[in-house]
Design a protein around this ligand. Structure first.
Ligand SMILES: Nc1nc2c(c(=O)[nH]1)N[C@H]1C(S)=C(S)[C@@H](COP(=O)(O)OP(=O)(O)OC[C@H]3O[C@@H](n4cnc5c(=O)[nH]c(N)nc54)[C@H](O)[C@@H]3O)O[C@H]1N2
Ligand SMILES: Nc1nc2c(c(=O)[nH]1)N[C@H]1C(S)=C(S)[C@@H](COP(=O)(O)OP(=O)(O)OC[C@H]3O[C@@H](n4cnc5c(=O)[nH]c(N)nc54)[C@H](O)[C@@H]3O)O[C@H]1N2
Ligand SMILES: [Mo]
Length: 774
């Protein structure tokens, strides 16, 4: 730390990722949840061949056949769900919704699992118990009272199983809407929109085995130590093979630097760790387009030089000729990009960019992994497409040990999309639904997340149903979003734990408690398993083993079916039969999506099966059957930032799962017991005339400087932390930083909010600060 002044809760952490620190953190997390027996029995079944899928991240498991692979943040996710704490009707009776609003997000979820279906009572301002049947009936009434089915919004968060998500979309489409805002819209939509144009599929092309064969690995804009912790074992194996790992990130993330595997007794006892990234460059936030174009510039130039000198060149012209279109236009664009601009934008020197390009150019097989640092920008889609360009220039797609690897977010967000959660149904989906169920689903495009909130704000949508998640807090601009949602006629949440979205009532609100992954799901035909798809398109079964947290809990498929039956008296779907045995849901998925052929049979094999990805075989499902080099017209990832003083990015701490805060610690970044911090480069701190530990205000500058209520868009009283972050970049935690992100600040192509690029100015604050808790 540049400035040694002691600030409470702000320090440094010298340990590796994993190691004893991780074991201690898990012990701590388990202690906090009171039910060691229940949780540890749950932990033993996580990601086992016959257990449940970890609700943590979407990184695949080595064939789901390994012995328990220790994962700190997986353990937190499991214990958070398997907690013995309960939030019961008696609690709701004595705590008004207005009083609950004053609790922090952390405190709300800490109350434990919701045990009963509840409905909001305006007279007492409390949630009161309601029977399942009455709840379904009231929801049906609200939906059927709408003059147009497109006046309802149906949100999905990515924990829902394939079975739940599939039934949900069938219900919504039979009702007549395609309004499917989902968490993916805030996450990898830039991938889902960008990659199909480039390579014909909106998913990654690598499998876990490819990591055994790559010669170089790139990690751009993701933080595996916290968000995909089981990836650390893979990174460690790659590093141990001597393969260069290049990390491109404004923050010096520990999980990219070094790792001690808790499974390795030698490393643990001897206090050793494996260095991970061999090259780590701290890019300026929003500098990736410049960086990627810089790498391609070196590649084109070196290739030409090498060919002239009689060499074989660096670019795979054979692949390009046979499989792609657009390389000439790309080359012209890259040729016209100047090194000065690349350096200014990326914050890296030409020598640094060339260093990395050389590693890329010398490796035969390269995998590029990326996360939210790439997608959550105004030009997120173009970012993703430039990664595809870079890989295609050397034929690094569709062969062993090479490919593109978007690190997906929620554990089944990719599966949700695969089985039909999309606001833009294609002809195949429409025809498939008609084939399977005999009704014609609507074809028009519905709303994604940003458009759903805008429709609610503008009074066009009046009912909101949420299959999980915490939409109001996850979205940008909470003040505008909260105000919008208060105008709803009805809001329904299917959830495991209480969160702030549940306290935004509108006229009516209903809260429906559901089973989590860890719990047994009994239906008519006995114990059911569900299925999920990981980041690498592996589909496998998951079966919970714990007693449900309350007798009143129901499964997500069951809840969706009850709402559907009540809402659609003339439904063409036999909801009871489907819910009685999930094999029958999977049979229907197979009718709609032929890629799921022999679904039930294939998930009975340990490890499940991989969905076919045409690009892996160099078949391109684009309009002309070719892969496309696509151009980003500038190197401005975030055009609104022109001339901005500092760029704010918002990131996850080590102890949170999206809006779920497990504790106020962020161990690897040295933060303990607080989240009201902003990380600033020491030189930027000095240049702003501020000092480490000082309370500061963070004000948005540029087009979004004014909030919807006319006040300056700002947060006040945050603690300035002098930190080795890239110059020009500052970082805050999500969701604390969401107030600074405007609702209209998103990637026009994909609708992904620009959470990772807000132009800000910093000033000394006269505010004493936001309250801390725990
Ligand atoms: N434990 C845990 N696991 C999770 C989650 C969680 O909250 N907790 N969330 C899940 C979900 S939904 C998702 S989407 C994933 C998210 O996983 P990540 O994508 O790893 O999530 P972020 O914390 O948003 O971090 C993005 C990384 O990008 C870097 N970054 C920020 N801006 C830029 C930029 O402009 N350029 C570059 N190159 N890098 C940048 C940040 O420093 C940070 O290291 O994780 C999933 N897994
Ligand atoms: N500033 C900023 N904002 C961001 C991001 C960022 O990086 N920066 N990241 C964005 C991203 S990538 C995402 S994915 C979104 C996340 O947005 P969401 O997916 O909407 O949010 P979560 O916090 O994951 O939702 C947590 C809630 O899900 C419910 N839940 C948990 N498990 C289950 C279950 O099994 N079933 C059901 N039905 N409910 C369950 C609980 O009630 C819990 O309170 O946030 C986005 N917002
Ligand atoms: Mo996400």
């Amino acid at each position: 730390m540049a400035d040694e002044k002691k600030v409470p809760g702000v320090g440094t952490y010298d340990g590796p990722a994993g190691g004893w620190g991780a074991l201690r953190a898990v012990a701590e997390a388990l202690k906090g949840q009171l039910a060691v027996g229940r949780e540890t029995s749950a932990l033993r079944r996580v990601n086992q061949p016959t257990g449940f899928d970890c609700p943590g991240c979407a990184w695949p498991d080595p064939k789901h056949t390994s012995s328990f692979e220790f994962c700190e943040n997986g353990a937190k996710a499991v214990s958070w769900e398997a907690t013995a704490k309960r939030v019961k009707p008696e609690f709701f009776a004595t705590n008004t919704v207005s009083s609950l609003w004053n609790l922090t997000d952390y405190a709300l979820e800490s109350l434990g699992r919701i045990t009963h279906p509840m409905a909001y009572n305006a007279e007492s301002d409390t949630y009161v118990p309601i029977e399942w049947e009455d709840a379904a009936w009231r929801i049906a009434q609200a939906l059927n009272a709408l003059p147009d089915p497109n006046m309802a919004e149906f949100y999905t968060s990515g924990r829902a199983s394939n079975e739940a998500a599939f039934l949900y979309q069938i219900f919504v489409r039979e009702f007549g809407s395609n309004n499917f805002p989902d968490c993916s819209n805030m996450c990898h939509e830039a991938t889902s929109v960008g990659l199909p144009q480039s390579i014909g599929v909106g998913k990654g092309t690598v499998s876990l085995e490819d990591f055994d064969h790559c010669d170089a690995l790139f990690c751009i804009g993701h933080n595996p130590g916290t968000n995909h912790p089981r990836m650390l074992s893979t990174l460690r194996e790659v590093a141990k093979r001597g393969v260069p790992i290049v990390a491109i990130n404004p923050l010096p993330e520990r999980g990219l630097e070094r790792f001690t595997a808790p499974q390795d007794p030698l490393e643990m006892v001897a206090g050793l760790s494996t260095p991970l990234a061999s090259t780590f460059y701290q890019i300026k936030c929003g500098g990736d387009l410049g960086f990627l174009k810089g790498m391609m510039k070196w590649l084109f130039d070196e290739d030409a030089r090498d060919l002239e000198g009689g060499g074989t060149g660096l670019i795979d012209w054979e692949f390009i000729k046979e499989h792609t279109v657009g390389v000439d236009a790309l080359r012209a664009d890259i040729d016209s990009t100047r090194w000065e601009d690349i350096e200014a934008k990326s914050g890296l020197t030409r020598a640094q960019v060339e260093d990395v390009a050389r590693i890329y150019g010398q490796a035969k097989r390269v995998i590029v992994c990326y996360g939210m640092g790439i997608t959550q920008h105004a030009h997120g889609t173009e970012n993703v497409q430039q990664i595809a360009n870079l890989l295609m220039l050397r034929g690094n797609i569709g062969r062993e040990g090479a490919g593109i690897c978007p690190l997906r977010g929620h554990s089944n967000v990719q599966g949700n999309r695969t089985v039909g959660i999309t606001e833009k149904p294609d002809d195949a989906l429409v025809a498939g639904i008609e084939r399977a169920f005999g009704f014609k689903p609507p074809k028009h495009h519905g709303h994604d997340a940003v458009r759903a909130i805008q429709a609610i704000r503008d009074g066009h949508s009046k009912v909101l149903l949420c299959l999980g998640g915490n939409l109001a807090v996850a979205m940008p601009d909470p003040d505008a979003t909260f105000d919008a949602m208060r105008k709803l006629d009805m809001v329904v949440h299917i959830a495991t734990k209480l969160n702030r979205s549940h306290l935004i009532i509108g006229k009516e609100a209903i809260l429906l408690p559901c089973l989590g992954r860890t719990e047994q799901d009994m239906q008519g035909n006995g114990l059911q398993s569900i299925t999920v798809e990981d980041s690498m398109s592996m589909v496998h079964a998951s079966e919970g083993g714990l007693e449900p947290a309350s007798e009143q809990l129901r499964s997500e498929p069951w809840i969706v079916a009850q709402i559907a039956k009540a809402t659609l008296p003339n439904t063409r779907v036999d909801w009871d039969a489907l819910v009685g045995d999930y094999d029958r849901i999977r049979d229907k998925i197979e009718v709609v999506y032929p890629a799921f052929k022999d679904y039930n049979e294939r998930i009975r094999h340990p490890g499940g099966f991989r969905l076919y990805i045409a690009a892996c075989e160099r078949k391109w499902a684009t309009f002309d059957g070719k892969a496309h080099f696509l151009i980003a017209r500038s190197i401005e990832e975030d055009p609104q930032l022109l001339g901005a003083y500092l760029t704010l990015t918002t990131v996850r701490s080590h102890d949170q799962y999206n809006t779920t805060i497990y504790s106020l610690n962020d161990r690897y970044r040295g933060i303990t017991g607080r989240r009201d911090v902003i990380f600033i480069n020491p030189d930027d701190l000095k240049a702003s005339g501020l000092s480490h530990g000082e309370r500061i205000d963070v004000e948005v500058i540029g087009p979004d400087a004014v909030a919807h209520d006319g006040t300056p868009r700002a947060v006040r009283g945050f603690i300035a932390v002098s930190y080795p972050i890239a110059q020009g970049t500052v970082a805050m935690y999500y969701p604390e930083g969401n107030r600074l992100v405007g609702l209209e600040n998103f990637d026009q192509e994909s609708g992904t909010p620009s959470y990772k690029s807000v132009p800000v100015a910093l000033r000394a604050s006269n505010k004493t600060g936001v309250p801390l808790d725990v």
